[in-house]
Design a protein around this ligand. Structure first.
Ligand SMILES: NC(=O)c1ccc[n+]([C@@H]2O[C@H](COP(=O)([O-])OP(=O)(O)OC[C@H]3O[C@@H](n4cnc5c(N)ncnc54)[C@H](OP(=O)(O)O)[C@@H]3O)[C@@H](O)[C@H]2O)c1
Length: 268
């Protein structure tokens, strides 16, 4: 679901790794008309300059915030108060705050902003409109605003409790990096079997792309695995060996648990 209705501006606060990805996704999908986009960024960013070139306002005078209907807060958790406080005075009272930050509670933001808050935890795949995003809000209208902003660039997964946001952060926001780390380990294992680093790296990346294409079909993961692992074949032998060690499950549990714990302490 896109939000092409021009009922006010969308303010993106922070245009770093995730903010840029969101901006690129919005422009590619026309989720927000460029004329309705305001980007606040302390330093010049390529994604913001690309948005400016098609009509978005970058660091406009504060008066421009008066037509905002939503503010997407995409700064580091330790910086959110400094970033949001100066913006608040210029916002209409009904503007919704959408936080994509890990580990910052909606109540904490609402206490400062005195406005409805939604939390969204996206992956940077939103840049290609292929992200996934967990969504939670206690406020139905804020939830819908966030869904319209992210629905065209991510598969939006509704959470029924904010407490699950930290787990979603680990399994979505952080997990692409965990998966890349596993693919690196696979490439190193391939090198151990005699492949050159260049060949092992390309083969492992290609395998990741193939796995991603499989995931995009929406088929259950068990079915995707079964399609590749014919009985008695090489893949089955590899999977059996991997499962026998139990190390994969332990590594995934350790990574998710550490990310969840970090989310609980990150906002400073
Ligand atoms: N990266 C991910 O994959 C990912 C995934 C899910 C959630 N998140 C969340 O997204 C947030 C941003 O992460 P990130 O990886 O994008 O970090 P990042 O690359 O460091 O980006 C943060 C940006 O915030 C900007 N900023 C700092 N103070 C500001 C202010 N007062 N007003 C406006 N912008 C300000 C910084 O601008 P300058 O560069 O000019 O200093 C920087 O570009 C974090 O809270 C993180 O938890 C990230």
């Amino acid at each position: 679901m896109t939000d092409k209705r021009s009922s006010g501006a969308v303010v993106l606060v922070g245009c770093g790794r995730l903010g840029s990805a969101i901006l690129e996704g919005w422009l590619a999908t026309e989720t927000v008309a460029p004329a309705d986009l305001i980007v606040l960024t302390p330093s010049e960013k390529p994604a913001a300059e690309a948005a400016r070139a098609v009509g978005a306002a970058i660091n406009p005078p504060h008066g421009a915030l008066g037509r905002a209907r939503a503010v997407v807060l995409a700064v580091k958790p330790a910086k959110w108060r400094d970033a949001l406080e100066p913006v608040l005075g210029g916002l209409p009272p009904e503007a919704v705050i959408v936080s994509v930050m890990a580990g910052v509670s909606a109540d904490g933001i609402a206490a400062l902003a005195a406005r409805p808050v939604a939390r969204v935890m996206p992956t940077t795949g939103v840049a290609q409109a292929r992200g996934v995003a967990a969504l939670w809000s206690a406020d139905a209208a804020a939830r819908e605003t966030a869904r319209r902003l992210f629905g065209a660039i991510a598969d939006v997964v509704d959470l029924d409790r904010e407490a699950l946001m930290d787990a979603a952060t680990a399994v979505a926001g952080s997990a692409p990096a965990f998966i890349h780390a596993f693919v690196q380990a696979l490439a190193r294992a391939g090198e151990g079997q005699g492949l050159s680093p260049e060949a092992a790296g390309r083969l492992a990346r290609g395998a990741l792309r193939s796995a991603g294409a499989g995931a995009d079909t929406g088929e259950p993961l068990d079915a995707l695995i079964a399609r590749i692992a014919s009985p008695g074949g090489t893949t089955r032998a590899g999977l059996d060996a991997m499962q026998a060690t139990g190390d994969l499950d332990r590594a995934a549990e350790a990574a998710v648990e550490a990310a969840v714990q970090r989310a609980k302490t990150i906002s400073g």
